[in-house]
Ligand binder design. Structure first.
Ligand code: ADQ
Length: 464
């Protein structure tokens, strides 16, 4: 079988512990191991000494059948490509937050230049029959840069975050170039049919291209800019059985026991996210505030625990969110806490996946309220971690990609804090039979669409 080449912004190097790296890294590494391959991307390092990018050669490692090649960024590349264009322009754009976009031409040029440099340094490592799989918004132009350098291999792209509607995308100066470059791929995979439709609309109405085939069946065809390619929805999954196993093990861990003891019989509502404004965390806090105000019977009986490690701390919008949440925590606890009960526990730290699984299993409610999310794996992990006999309830935003599959959840509008509070009340008082039947329907989906299925579906489509 032809070699697989994976390109992603962060590469999980051989020595990195995968318990921290997460399900996606494990799935990609498995695919590379089984057929042999190369994993290429940013090392995660900024080389302070390097001012000229062309002097930064890739660093190589090898483990089993997998080769790794990673590149450092110069301080300027890191700022323009990563902090500014990827995370302060594309990220808010794709999450429908036009008001948060920070666009400047220098960072756009920097983004294109890093993609060109990565292409330049990847080309000599490629073999003619390699199948190339590029991940996420950092590398949209990479295939086009490879094509400019004569690469004719199959190249697939998977976007982990939402693809915005054309009216939103058109707010980005340079959107034409971005979509034209996107069409250099042979297959584009999105999380949901909504994202597929958004690109199709753009192709039809902005690019003057054509769209045909079965969009719902993940077999769409587009022609535009002199190229023809396939598009489809490939909703990402989790390693469901591994989560079931971890949740059982995690539930018996010292941490989960300490958590359970500290709750002294109170119900737990849990939120777990990177600290990101797309996740709707302030709305969640407001909803809990509403619940305690409108439903006094829950006071002293429910604890809300939000786990949110700091992410992208160098970007201004993220610092602002942090201040907002610090304020909300203080306000809610100041108003409702008793000498023996604190309503909100807010933690800026990460936990191992096993500990999280144990916490999820103990939580009566999984509270997942993003304002926009490509998929949201926490929602799936929460469901997989439940005790089949006495499962908790998932309260899930309609704007998470996961809402299309997790129909057994209480689906909510995260902008409506009062409705969120009502959903929390309903979840906290839901009879066991209803919890079970909802959980079983979601678990069936998680067993049918694991992360391994996702990877294999995408790769077989790319090879076909
Ligand atoms: P993210 O925005 O990072 O991913 P998500 O899908 O929720 O969002 O994945 C987060 C992962 O990190 C989960 O596996 C979760 O368990 C883990 N995690 C979160 N908080 C943690 C904590 N405090 N400690 C330890 N682990 C934690 C992007 C897109 C999503 C899409 C994924 C995968 O934004 O929409 O689902 O990629 O495609």
């Amino acid at each position: 079988m032809a070699r697989l080449v994976v390109v992603s912004n962060r590469v999980a190097m051989p020595r990195e512990r995968l318990s921290r790296a997460g399900g996606l890294a494990v799935a990609l590494r498995e695919a590379l191991q089984s057929q042999g391959g190369l994993w290429f991307g940013w090392s995660g390092e900024v080389n302070e000494q390097a001012t000229a990018p062309d002097r930064l050669a890739p660093r190589h490692a090898r483990q089993g059948r997998v080769e790794y090649a990673v590149l450092d960024l110069t301080p300027e590349e890191h700022r323009q490509f990563y902090l500014e264009f990827a995370n302060a322009t594309l990220w808010p754009l794709c999450h429908y937050r036009l008001g948060l976009i920070n666009f400047n031409r220098a960072s756009w040029e920097g983004y294109l230049a890093v993609n060109a440099r990565f292409a330049e340094q990847l080309v000599p490592l490629l073999r003619p029959d390699d199948v190339i799989w590029i991940h996420d918004y950092h590398f949209i132009p990479l295939a086009a840069e490879l094509r400019r350098r004569g690469v004719q291999n199959r190249i697939g792209f998977f976007l982990h975050i939402p693809f915005p509607a054309p009216e939103v995308l058109a707010a980005l100066p340079g959107h034409e170039r971005l979509v034209r470059d996107l069409c250099a791929y042979d297959l584009i995979g999105f999380q949901t049919i909504g994202d597929v439709r958004a690109l199709s609309e753009y192709i039809l109405h902005e690019a003057g291209g054509t769209v045909s085939g079965d969009l719902d069946g993940a077999d769409g065809h587009i022609t535009a800019y002199g190229r023809s390619l396939r598009i489809g929805a490939f909703p990402i999954g989790i390693d469901t059985e591994e989560f079931v196993r971890m949740a059982v093990a995690g539930a018996g861990s010292a941490e989960t026991r300490r958590l359970t003891e500290s709750l002294v019989g109170r119900s737990l509502v849990i939120g777990v996210d990177r600290l990101d404004y797309s996740k709707g965390i302030p709305q969640r806090f407001e909803a809990f505030h509403h619940l305690l105000g409108a439903r006094p019977e829950h006071r002293g009986k429910v604890t809300f625990m939000q786990i949110a490690p700091i992410s992208r701390g160098e970007v201004a919008q993220y610092r602002k969110l942090r201040n907002e949440l610090d304020g909300l925590t203080g306000r809610i606890n100041g108003k409702f806490a008793e000498f023996d009960w604190v309503p909100v526990r807010y933690l800026n730290k990460a936990f191992s996946r096993e500990t999280l699984a144990g916490f999820y299993r103990h939580a009566r409610v999984g509270f997942v309220t993003p304002l926009r999310d490509g998929m949201n794996l926490v929602a799936k992990e929460y469901v997989a971690s439940q005790d089949p006999d006495d499962p908790g309830v998932l309260v899930l935003s309609r704007f998470a990609g996961a809402a299309r599959e997790m129909q057994g959840a209480l689906i909510v509008n995260p902008y409506d804090s009062e409705a969120l509070a009502e959903a929390l009340d309903r979840a906290l008082t839901m009879p066991r039979d209803e919890r079970r039947s909802r959980w079983e329907s979601m678990m069936a989906v998680l067993r049918a669409n694991t992360i391994t299925h996702w990877r294999e579906r995408f790769l077989s489509q790319l090879r076909a």
